[in-house]
Write a protein that binds this ligand. Structure first.
Ligand SMILES: CCCCCc1ccc(-c2ccc(S(=O)(=O)CCO)cc2)cc1[C@H]1C[C@H]1c1ccccn1
Length: 240
């Protein structure tokens, strides 16, 4: 059918973000500093400022047993689950269904003292991709969220400061089949999750406040979200 106005940007951004997510943090001189660790979860950030505002890129890598990449992306992408795991969310609206795997969201997040309340408009796209590093392994599943304009909801028109973000959740499923040829169960799967995000806080907020917020909120978010997916899927058939 006819292309949606956002489709070219979605295509380009998804490819770009997945390639960036695949880059390790170990590459020397890439400036990633480890700032949080919890079990298998490692969180890194780079200290960056744009116009005096903290926009520290974040990259988290986590390995979770018993869930697949499709399941992780399913619960991250679909709006009906978001209030269950996104604790900083105050209001979420689906402004447009671009396609069955692409949605346009407006979200307002709870105010974080002393900064003013924030909102964000972003498109969200879920995609399965072949894993070129493991041809005969399971596909990669990804969700990319990227800020965009919406004429019905201009930035900074109301009480909220508009933020700008690019987020990539990339999931690589690993299957270790049981020796005895039994069917694959949740005990035989794990998911390597790479979560990358760059959030521009929009209006000014003190660097110390922002860095403290990120340090607190990101580890909490990834731990809570992955625990949610494990709990939601534990008695359901595997989704590959
Ligand atoms: C003064 C604070 C300014 C920034 C506040 C703010 C707003 C949105 C967001 C955010 C918006 C979307 C996403 S997502 O990954 O696309 C999922 C869908 O909700 C993720 C994070 C983050 C933060 C920063 C709190 C920080 C924070 C970090 C992880 C979780 C919640 N809050």
């Amino acid at each position: 059918g006819s292309q949606h106005r956002l489709w070219p940007e979605i295509e380009k951004t998804v490819k770009q973000q997945v390639e960036m997510a695949k880059l390790g943090v170990g590459e020397c001189g890439t400036g990633w500093q480890l700032f949080a660790e919890d079990g298998e979860m490692r969180m890194y950030r780079r200290e960056e400022e744009v116009d005096g505002m903290v926009v520290d890129p974040l990259k988290a890598v986590h390995v979770v047993k018993g869930i697949t990449g499709h399941e992780v992306c399913h619960y991250f992408f679909n709006p009906q689950y978001r209030y269950d795991w996104e604790t900083t969310l105050e209001q979420m609206t689906v402004l447009e269904t671009i396609s069955e795997d692409s949605l346009l969201f407006l979200q307002t997040h709870k105010r974080i003292w002393p900064a003013s309340q924030r909102d964000v408009v972003f498109w969200s796209h879920m995609r399965k991709l072949p894993d070129d590093q493991d041809q005969d392994g399971p596909d990669i599943w990804t969700v990319v969220n990227n800020s965009t304009e919406d004429s019905e909801h201009p930035a900074n028109a109301g009480k909220c400061v508009r933020i700008y973000l690019t987020v990539c959740l990339m999931c690589q499923t690993r299957v270790d089949p049981p020796k005895d040829g039994a069917p694959i169960s949740r005990d035989n799967v794990s998911c390597k999750i790479t979560y990358c995000s760059v959030v521009n806080p929009g209006g000014w907020a003190p660097a110390s406040v922002l860095r403290a917020v990120y340090k607190r909120e990101y580890p909490k978010f990834l731990k809570r979200f992955t625990a949610y997916v494990k709990n939601q899927t534990k008695n359901k058939p595997l989704m590959f």
